[in-house]
Design a protein around this ligand. Structure first.
Ligand SMILES: Cc1cc2nc3c(=O)[nH]c(=O)nc-3n(C[C@H](O)[C@H](O)[C@H](O)COP(=O)(O)OP(=O)(O)OC[C@H]3O[C@@H](n4cnc5c(N)ncnc54)[C@H](O)[C@@H]3O)c2cc1C
Length: 621
């Protein structure tokens, strides 16, 4: 056991390394309280241990310890006769990454790859250089360490559509067991519904320990608008619900914490942090035989006896495939990379969920999550002592609504809009972290939000569920340390702006309900600087509005899509094996042929579970 002063010194070092002490003034007290009250629980060994030496050969090499990779490595190493190496570019999680309310501080930190999209005229016009900031986790646990922890499985029809596209095994009935396999549902009422929920899995799913009065008011607003209140992860998705989170005792449960911490002492699982995979090694008979990696200032190789699995996420998995000679021929040749498999779909079909940012409603009561009011020494100590209070709030995300616009078919029960309803918004931290995380320009922020800095508000974020626009990821050059070029192509398909516009109107309608009006709700209708030339409240104005503060929800996916061999754009087959190269799979959000209806962390963990199971089936049958 380490002594208290060592622990405290470590905690303070984390805070200063991340933000510089003083940026969050209460942080030293906070960390000291956390450490003091959780001292008995504190055990630095509970994180996976990063091996000092990587052996020459393993049965499996998993690249990327994110939402999917953590699951794959955990499940494969259940088989004692197999050795597994998990390579991760980032380092450990910290005390700060655990705290739900602080997640926005992690954007742009050392836990983030800090990707930016190429400038475009179709979206993100209010952002610096017209680039959207694509935060991606670079840490054990991957993006599940930076995410807002919402647990949403998607719609039955999503998976049935995957199966209908020529992917046997991926229908809803076939993927549901894998959601259940992971889950430890902590809400006893939901846990009773055993068809849709399970207890005892690695991944804790819980209700928020803290809600503002707005959370329940949103539900009442939904009822007033004629929607049911329901378990959106159960039999039917359309309606309103309080969000559930991947948290435990009010703290983040990343995929690494869920799936790797409990198995960290397995002798057949080696985890290597701060190790960047630079290429997959492929032999003359087009079989993956290992990877090249960069660690401690030098390149080395490690061999895989059975398979290499890429779980590097929707940006880095296609990048690694291309660096290894698998991708669109002309792209590879352009960068002088020898073509091993001409796979035109690598880096194509990029999907994301985008929302309308900045829909702020002023209210008259001091009940919202104004950061400089709720984040203080008292709330820090409350969090540390009991895992409760406003610091457990995931940046104010309280209620979710799934609705169908006039462009969808309500009887399908396959909503085209998700509304995230929040007790905080862009102005709630006085123009510090939200502005920075979203890369908003000062001019935009100042003209829209500055005069309502720290005022009580609620937020509505309408999000399009199945966008038709598709982005592209390309190599910039063949240097593995150069970020790839990301063309988001948001809102290039005309249907997407129409659906989002209707979502925006549904959001405005929520603000008009009696349930919200009793707080004095009124839309903060500040004319956006880039749209002043258009008449207010017209469709043209709203379209312009949507293209200004276009908010990524960080659901990048689809860039190495799964599909049948008859589909030339499919990169992996329905068993997630890369076409054209043996012993190589991609298992992460990149394989989604069509993005799911809702936040995609739970579906990605499901993909990890199912992918690992398919490996076991394929190799043991
Ligand atoms: C800010 C944010 C908020 C979000 N909020 C939610 C939410 O509330 N709910 C939800 O459902 N979803 C949310 N998401 C989305 C969800 O978290 C991601 O879709 C999911 O984590 C992706 O999982 P993945 O396994 O595909 O990739 P990741 O989890 O990103 O994992 C990829 C891993 O590979 C590593 N890696 C990459 N390249 C290399 C390399 N060359 N060598 C070694 N390692 C490498 C990375 O460092 C990373 O650890 C959010 C995402 C973000 C970023």
């Amino acid at each position: 056991m380490v002594d208290m002063s060592t622990v405290l010194a470590g905690a303070l070092k984390t805070a200063s390394g991340l933000f510089g002490l003083g940026k969050i003034w209460f942080m030293p007290t906070f960390l000291a309280a956390l450490t003091y009250y959780n001292y008995d629980l504190y055990d630095p060994e509970s994180q996976p241990i990063s091996v000092s030496k990587i052996r020459d050969e393993y049965d499996f090499i998993v690249v990327g310890a994110g939402s999917a990779g953590s699951v794959v490595a955990s499940r494969l190493s259940e088989h004692k006769e197999w050795s597994v190496l998990l390579l991760e570019a980032g380092g450990h999680e910290s005390e700060i990454t655990d705290v739900p309310i602080l997640s926005l501080y992690l954007h742009g930190s050392r836990y983030d790859w800090k990707y930016k999209t190429e400038p475009s005229n179709t979206a993100c016009q209010a952002m610096k250089e017209k680039r959207c900031c694509w935060t991606r986790g670079k840490v054990i646990g991957g993006s599940s360490v930076l995410n807002t922890m919402l647990y949403v499985r998607g719609n039955k029809k999503d998976y049935d559509a995957w199966a209908e596209m020529g992917n046997p095994g991926w229908s809803y009935e076939e993927v549901l067991p894998y959601f259940l396999k992971s889950q430890d549902q902590r809400n006893p009422y939901l846990a009773r519904n055993k068809r849709y929920h399970a207890t005892g899995g690695y991944l804790t799913v819980d209700d928020a320990p803290w809600l503002s009065p707005l959370g329940l008011a949103f539900l009442q607003a939904g009822e007033e608008m004629g929607y049911p209140i329901r378990d959106i992860n159960g039999a039917s998705q359309t309606g309103f619900a309080l969000f559930q989170f991947t948290t435990r005792r009010g703290m983040r449960v990343s995929a690494a914490k869920a799936f790797l911490n409990p198995v960290r002492l397995r002798s057949n699982l080696d985890v290597a942090l701060n190790t960047v995979t630079t290429k997959v090694l492929i032999d003359g008979s087009k079989r993956a035989v290992g990877v090249q990696y960069f660690r401690d200032g030098k390149y080395s190789i490690v061999r895989a006896r059975k398979e290499v699995i890429l779980s590097a996420g929707a940006v880095n998995s296609p990048q690694l495939l291309m660096l290894s000679g698998i991708g669109p021929r002309e792209q590879l040749e352009k960068h002088g990379i020898g073509v091993i498999a001409d796979s035109p779909g690598v880096g194509e079909n990029v999907m994301d969920h985008i929302a309308v940012g900045g829909m702020v409603f002023l209210i008259d009561y001091p009940i919202s999550l104004v950061m400089n009011r709720v984040v203080n020494v008292n709330s820090a100590i409350r969090y540390a002592v009991s895992g409760e209070g406003p610091l457990t709030s995931s940046v104010g995300l309280e209620t979710v609504a799934f609705v169908t616009t006039k462009f969808g078919n309500a009887t399908d029960n396959w909503p085209d809009i998700e509304l995230m309803l929040t007790s905080a918004s862009t102005n709630s931290d006085g123009g510090s972290n939200v502005k920075r995380a979203h890369c908003l320009t000062d001019t935009f922020y100042d003209s829209v939000f500055k005069d309502i800095n720290n005022r009580d508000v609620f937020g509505v974020f309408p999000m399009i569920m199945r966008p038709k626009s598709r982005g592209v990821i390309r190599l910039k050059n063949k240097d593995p340390f150069q970020a790839p070029l990301i063309y988001h192509n948001y809102l290039t398909h005309p249907d997407d702006i129409r659906v989002l516009r209707e979502g925006l109107k549904a959001g405005l309608a929520i603000g008009e309900t009696q349930a919200m009006k009793r707080f004095g709700a009124r839309f903060h209708n500040r004319l956006l600087p880039g749209c002043k030339h258009l008449p207010e409240y017209t469709d043209e104005y709203w379209d312009c509005y949507i293209r200004q503060y276009t908010m990524t929800i960080y659901h990048m996916s689809g860039s190495t899509k799964m599909g049948p061999s008859s589909d030339p754009m499919a990169v992996v087959d329905p068993r997630l094996r890369v076409y054209g190269v043996a012993n190589l799979r991609v298992i992460d959000a990149s394989i989604m042929p069509q993005i799911t209806t809702g936040n995609i962390n739970a579906p990605t963990i499901m993909i990890g579970e199912k992918g690992a199971d398919m490996i076991v089936e394929d190799l043991k049958s």
